[in-house]
Design a protein around this ligand. Structure first.
Ligand SMILES: [Zn+2]
Length: 434
């Protein structure tokens, strides 16, 4: 395997969010395209007929008639929850206490964490996800294992150890000081190493004392280069408990605001039940609301309201994610499908071109990496996937009647899963082949 290569297929990528199929200025679609890669980066892309002689090669990977798009980006996923998916629970707090807080204790064993890290990243690659923003367990060794494995695979992964010092089993708690120290050590060791970064990760207000929230705020001030990830306004019982724990707060969002945790680098998972006041702060602070549709449906948390996000001034930034293991599928295609249904239940339409924009460049923008990933353009990192619209008998049957790009995308998001990923290329290396 080499990080140099030449690929031929249909190509699709976005410059901005499209209004719909007629908004052709928002995206590039090339019927017979070429991508040339060198040193892990795209050095040329365009019409096959225009391929400069210097990039032509006898070694071309010809993926026609399939479609190449930038690798999917998952903005919210839990590394220690690959074996929690499909746990029978009614709602968030029952699910956490019965399964998740038990399972995550295993990740205190560095050997176990290391063994699972490789499998976790392979699972992402098999589902066409080339970048993820991930939570570890409370143990520093879980984040070490994941970031180390990502460096070995050349993947762009952002991860942190969660900070939690109350309302969890003893074996899963840190202290304000150890949470701070461990996060500092992770940043020193990993942040900016090859393609990995560290995210400051207070799990959520419910599992942190005021002292720990203060420490999280200190980390954010000391490390403005780091993304911040946490959960916000997912479930009514969670919201009531946070109000009891922080009685002085105006609302749940105000808790994070008070400790300096809001801002353009902060990813808030869920954001389902926020009030207009909270939405105003989301918009003003340029914080990102992360839509996790399969998780929200599975745990009965509620319906993410995209029109609420678009209704603020400026528009509230948002992303889309699997939230494995509250989420029920690793596939961003399955996630887009469930997202479509969640919005449709509220009378909101979500055009397939918008869906594919969001899972690629849109999510890259949400994490501030749209200058490196999310496009198939010269200078971008060579992370892309090959999509096959005929990957199952049902898809092949339906595909016979398809005549437009929008129809093809909608078919893939509605019926597709990991079987639709014919290949995944990471840093110019074929990391997965179906
Ligand atoms: Zn989550």
């Amino acid at each position: 395997m080499s990080a140099n290569g030449l690929y031929r297929a249909r190509l699709l990528w976005f410059d901005r969010e499209p209004d719909g199929a007629e908004d052709t200025e928002a995206f590039h679609y090339i019927e017979d395209g070429a991508i040339a890669v060198a040193g892990g980066k795209i050095v040329w892309s365009g019409d096959w007929a225009d391929l400069p002689a210097e990039y032509s090669s006898d070694d071309c990977e010809d993926f026609r008639p399939h479609l190449i798009v930038p690798g999917f980006i998952d903005c919210h996923i839990h590394f220690p929850q690959g074996q929690v998916v499909a746990s029978y629970a009614g709602s968030l707090l029952e699910w956490l206490n019965t399964y998740t807080f038990v399972e995550e204790q295993k990740y205190g064993d560095p050997d176990f964490a290391e063994a699972m890290a490789g499998r976790f990243l392979d699972m992402l690659l098999a589902h066409g996800t080339t970048t993820a923003v991930a939570y570890g367990s409370v143990h520093k060794c879980s984040a070490d294992a994941l970031l180390g494995a990502a460096v070995s695979k050349g993947m762009r992964i952002i991860a942190g150890k969660v900070m939690m010092d109350r309302n969890a089993p003893e074996a899963l708690t840190d202290t304000p000081q150890t949470g701070y120290d461990d996060t500092k050590a992770l940043i020193a060791e990993w942040h900016g190493k090859d393609r990995v970064e560290v995210a400051i990760s207070p799990r959520f207000a419910l599992t942190s004392t005021e002292a720990q929230m203060e420490m999280a705020g200190t980390l954010v001030r000391e490390h403005p280069e780091c993304l911040v990830q946490t959960h916000l306004s997912e479930n009514h019982r969670e919201i009531e408990t946070v109000a009891e724990l922080f009685p002085w707060s105006k609302d749940y969002t105000d808790v994070y605001d008070h400790y300096g945790l809001m801002g353009p680098k902060t990813l808030f998972g869920h954001c389902i039940h926020q009030t207009p006041r909270e939405m105003e702060r989301m918009a003003e602070s340029r914080s990102v609301a992360v839509f996790c549709p399969t998780s929200n449906m599975f745990l009965g948390s509620g319906l993410f309201d995209l029109s609420k996000m678009r209704g603020t001034a400026p528009e509230t930034r948002h992303a889309i994610a699997t939230d494995i293991g509250g989420g029920t599928n690793w596939s961003m295609l399955r996630t887009l499908d469930e997202g479509y249904k969640v919005l449709n239940l509220q009378g909101q339409r979500y055009h397939p071109l918008r869906s594919f924009y969001q899972a690629t460049l849109g999510n890259a923008r949400a994490i501030g990496m749209d200058d490196r990933i999310g496009k198939l353009e010269a200078g971008y990192e060579a992370d892309f996937i090959v999509l096959d619209k005929t990957s199952t008998p049902a898809m092949a049957l339906r595909a016979e009647t398809i005549s437009t790009l929008s129809e093809e995308l909608f078919l893939m998001q509605t019926l597709g899963d990991d079987r639709a990923i014919a290949a995944t290329i990471v840093s110019g290396v074929t990391a997965h082949r179906r």
